[in-house]
Ligand binder design. Structure first.
Ligand SMILES: [Zn+2]
Ligand SMILES: [Zn+2]
Length: 277
């Protein structure tokens, strides 16, 4: 069984997103031949074009919460999954604000886009999903969208966790104990704590509790990008003793017996996938 994550984007927060200092395209996960888009914010479609990934091959879409850096490209991904709306294919998973809206936030997808796919599902912390054969556990977060969650992916080679936007609490961190890979949204650098997000100090506390084999910083805001994400990751590695790296756009993580990191091959110019004709 393969389990490969392509980081379509490693940016997060309002300013990184509005200026696309880094892409905010979320993650593309390949598991046993199935493709899953996770949190496709601005840039997801552009990055998929750059690596010549045909979005019609996506079988499911997961959206953690209703902030644009996590969902703005989602309707186009839904159109990809359903081959432009011609085939009722693909599943969408989202928190209540994503699928239903709560009067203040969302929904993230129009009624039309929910209707063109095969099915859509609202999740909450504690749920266990079967996403095209991949077990995904839904975990609690503490964020300005109160319905936000994190995810634990059960791979043949251990647990891979994507902690979506949250502030640090011990209870939240403890949910991820046992993870082999911990993907953390580190929005701000050391000494720059802001509400509802993690700074490097919080990431260190988080990693100390979970003790994964590898920690990866993503969702980088402009201040941590200016400060230097590699240096911030190195501070965390020094303090925790856990291998910690800063994600980079189009980085690829293969989870097998070994964890292997590489970069996706990119291509220039327009590309029209064969499936479109
Ligand atoms: Zn975010
Ligand atoms: Zn958010």
């Amino acid at each position: 069984m393969t389990f490969r994550i392509t980081f379509l984007g490693t940016g997060g927060g309002r300013h990184t997103t509005m200026y696309q200092v880094r892409s905010t395209g979320g993650m593309l996960i390949e598991h046993d031949g199935k493709m899953l888009n996770v949190d496709p914010g601005p840039g997801a479609l552009v990055q998929m074009q750059r690596i010549h990934y045909d979005v019609c091959n996506t079988s499911s879409l997961i959206i953690s919460h209703c902030h644009p850096d996590h969902y703005s490209d989602a309707e186009s991904v839904a159109e990809g999954m359903s081959r432009g709306g011609w085939e009722k294919k693909g599943h969408i998973y989202g928190s209540p604000t994503v699928i239903e809206g709560d009067g203040k936030l969302g929904p993230c997808l129009s009624a039309y886009h929910l209707r063109i796919v095969e099915g859509y599902h609202v999740f909450k912390p504690g749920d266990v999903l079967d996403v095209d054969g991949l077990r995904v556990d839904i975990k609690k977060a503490k964020h300005s969208d109160p319905t936000n969650v994190g995810f634990v992916f059960h791979t043949e080679h251990g647990l891979v966790s994507y902690v979506s936007d949250t502030e640090f609490t011990e209870e939240i961190a403890r949910q991820y104990i046992g993870s082999r890979v911990l993907i953390l949204p580190v929005t701000t650098p050391m000494g720059n704590r802001i509400k509802y997000h993690l700074c490097t100090d919080d990431a260190i506390s988080f990693i100390d509790i979970v003790k994964p084999e590898l920690a990866i910083f993503i969702h980088l805001g402009v201040v941590i990008i200016r400060r230097g994400p590699d240096g911030e990751a190195a501070l965390a590695e020094k303090s925790t003793g856990v291998r910690t790296i800063a994600g980079r756009d189009l980085m690829v993580l293969d989870v097998g017996e070994e964890l292997s990191i590489s970069d996706a091959e990119t291509f220039e110019g327009g590309w029209i996938p064969p499936s479109s004709v």
